[in-house]
Design a protein around this ligand. Structure first.
Ligand code: ATP
Length: 611
């Protein structure tokens, strides 16, 4: 929570407390201090019993009765009230009783209102003020989230952030590492805006919209900011969820407002982040009708995109990581004409991203960017930025003057495996089992042709795991049957070693078994890599008939699939045990070394295995 939000929340807390205090006073006054109504008969009984000190007649209609209260004689609190009806009759009766019982009760007349300002304030004023305050703060709250202008009337205005030439956005294309093809496409947008004639003179139309699709953290927002930084045209930036409010019609009017503002500042760029928040396919999951507001917003967006013609020189860039759920109408040419995939970075791109982020850090000469990039397959740009930051923090914690390679590898380990738990209490026999389990993985993978190369083996608990063998995965576009089998074999090495050496197996292989089962299943059902099933894939890339939900095969085939999965895993388990039997002395050597040192790096592994 940022400071401003925190202050706002405190403010609303105080406001609610004041409201409760006022309400309590009001209720107390209404229920406990309210003057009790009596009838005239009771009044005359009290009068006869000399209980009444004073009667004040107001407006010739109502009598306020003050009792003789000995302990509090000075205070003229009104105790009872009653309607007098006919004044003359009342006066007459009063005088008779006064004389009869020799009373000194005072009869007073007040035609001018005794209803003072404070009485009025407590009876009605508080309510009026509360209502006023409620509306004031209610509209202020809505208004305060709107960027400009008179706050009460700004609900329908878009919350867009506008960056123009004066804002001087500092991000340029050089700050976006890798993504060369994407940058090429995106650079063209900058060019469209700068030299529209170059493209339109042959009759072509400038695309209206570009949709950036890719996994989280791959640099989509960064790219859009770089476009703004390079284009030197006004840049309207907002996240799609900001369109939609709890008020009906607000989203649509915000879209209208955004486009009318953009047209005024043409040529310009509109960037809509997380477009899936409004761009989700219409009519799906709308049983309750709760999505109406989002659909109205989307309809308005579609209408606006149709409405402005390409000569307006307003280009829309939108980003999402859920392209599968987007409404088809949004994706058709004429709206988002260009769809650009922003994928997870390849090895060389990761190297470049490391270089961009390392520039801001003080690093030692031993930092090996190549190695770090190899260690991080499947990492996004945001992950890499996070590693750099984490490494800086780790080095600072160790009071180093420069960040070293090991700080980066520690940061990677931490991000992949979770926090190291050196103080976790593990019994010696469990430690021995973990050592053999990890040594089993390492030994099997070392002697397999296609298994990934080992980096280190450790029995220090980290995150959910009690130990692990770290690999340097080979980056490939295709995986062969042999490679898949070797991967399964290496994964089963841990359990095989436990069985071979300790003559019993444990729950420690859970994560391995989960991976192995998924891998074997994918070989049979998805990739057509099983002889018995043949060249058939039950995979449906459209996602409409996920093979796991409704089986697109018969019971008979399901049985064959099950058998095939078992066969693959059993075969690889046997192979793992065979390797370990043959290399039992090396396995034991490695397990002993692990128990002694806890972490063993590639150099030591080489010494053990190549002896
Ligand atoms: P999301 O889909 O979750 O919104 P995104 O794709 O928009 O993510 P960004 O917000 O652009 O991702 O990236 C987050 C951070 O990751 C950036 O601020 C930057 O530090 C880093 N980053 C991502 N990609 C790159 C890259 N190609 N070069 C340099 N830094 C990058």
């Amino acid at each position: 929570m940022n400071n401003k939000n925190y202050k706002n929340n405190n403010f609303y807390l105080i406001y609610i407390m004041i409201l409760i205090i006022f309400l309590t006073i009001f209720l107390y006054k209404s229920f406990f201090l309210a003057t009790k109504k009596i009838n005239q008969d009771l009044f005359f009984i009290l009068l006869s019993n000399k209980k009444i000190k004073k009667v004040i007649i107001k407006h010739k209609e109502v009598a306020n009765v003050i009792l003789n209260n000995e302990s509090n004689i000075e205070k003229n609190n009104i105790h009872y009230q009653f309607d007098i009806g006919d004044l003359q009759l009342f006066q007459h009766k009063f005088e008779i009783l006064k004389n009869k019982y020799n009373l000194n009760t005072i009869l007073d007349f007040k035609n001018t209102s005794e209803y003072t300002f404070s009485n009025f304030f407590f009876d009605y004023g508080i309510f009026l003020i509360l209502i006023f305050l409620f509306w004031f703060f209610f509209f202020r709250k809505i208004g305060s989230s709107v960027s400009t202008g008179n706050q009460i009337f700004n609900i329908g205005k878009s919350k867009v952030k506008i960056f123009d030439e004066d804002d001087n956005i500092k991000i340029k294309f050089k700050d976006v590492a890798g993504l060369e093809e994407v940058k090429e496409e995106i650079k063209e947008i900058v060019d469209f805006l700068k030299n529209p004639l170059k493209y339109t003179k042959l009759g072509g139309k400038i695309p209206k919209g570009t949709l950036l699709i890719g996994p989280p953290g791959t640099g989509k927002t960064l790219l859009a900011k770089a476009v703004a930084g390079e284009a030197n045209v006004p840049f309207f930036s907002l996240a799609a969820p900001e369109f939609v409010e709890m008020f009906v019609g607000v989203g649509a009017s915000r879209v209208r407002d955004l486009f009318s503002q953009a047209k005024l500042k043409s040529p310009c760029i509109i960037f809509i982040d997380e477009i899936d928040a409004v761009g989700r396919a219409r009519g799906k999951n709308n049983i309750t009708g709760s999505n109406d507001e989002r659909e109205n917003t989307l309809n308005q967006l579609l209408t606006e995109m149709d409405g402005f013609d390409t000569n307006t020189n307003v280009i829309i860039i939108a980003a999402t990581n859920r392209s599968d759920i987007l409404d088809k109408a949004l994706l058709r040419p004429g709206r988002f004409d260009r769809i650009i995939m922003v994928d997870l970075p390849e090895l060389y791109e990761r190297k470049e991203i490391f270089n961009v982020h390392i520039k801001k850090l003080i690093i030692s000469e031993n930092v090996n960017i190549d190695y770090l990039a190899k260690q991080t397959p499947g990492f996004s740009g945001a992950d890499i930025a996070n590693i750099c930051n984490e490494a800086a923090l780790i080095a600072a914690r160790k009071e180093k003057l420069k960040i070293e390679n090991e700080d980066f590898t520690d940061a990677i380990d931490r991000i992949i495996g979770g926090l190291e738990k050196r103080n976790k209490i593990i019994k010696p026999n469990e430690k021995k089992r973990i050592a053999y389990h990890e040594a089993g993985h390492a030994t099997v993978s070392w002697f397999l042709k296609h298994a990934a190369s080992l980096v280190k083996v450790t029995i220090v608990p980290r995150g959910r795991s009690l130990g692990s063998a770290w690999y340097l995965p080979e980056e490939r576009q295709l995986t062969t049957l042999e490679q898949m089998k070797d991967e399964i074999c290496a994964l089963l090495g841990g359990r095989a070693a436990e069985e071979l050496i300790l003559k019993s197996i444990s729950t420690g292989a859970l994560i391995d078994l989960e991976k192995v089962t998924k891998q074997a299943k994918s070989m049979v059902v998805i990739f057509g890599l099983s002889n018995k099933i043949g060249n058939i894939s039950y995979y449906d890339s459209s996602g409409q008939n996920e093979y796991t939900l409704t089986k697109p095969y018969s019971e008979k085939t399901a049985n064959i699939i099950d058998k095939e999965i078992h066969n693959i895993i059993n075969e690889e388990y046997k192979r793992a045990k065979k390797i370990l039997k043959e290399k039992e002395n090396k396995l034991k050597l490695l397990a002993d070394k692990l128990l002694e040192k806890e972490v063993i790096f590639k150099e030591d592994l080489k010494k053990i295995f190549n002896q």
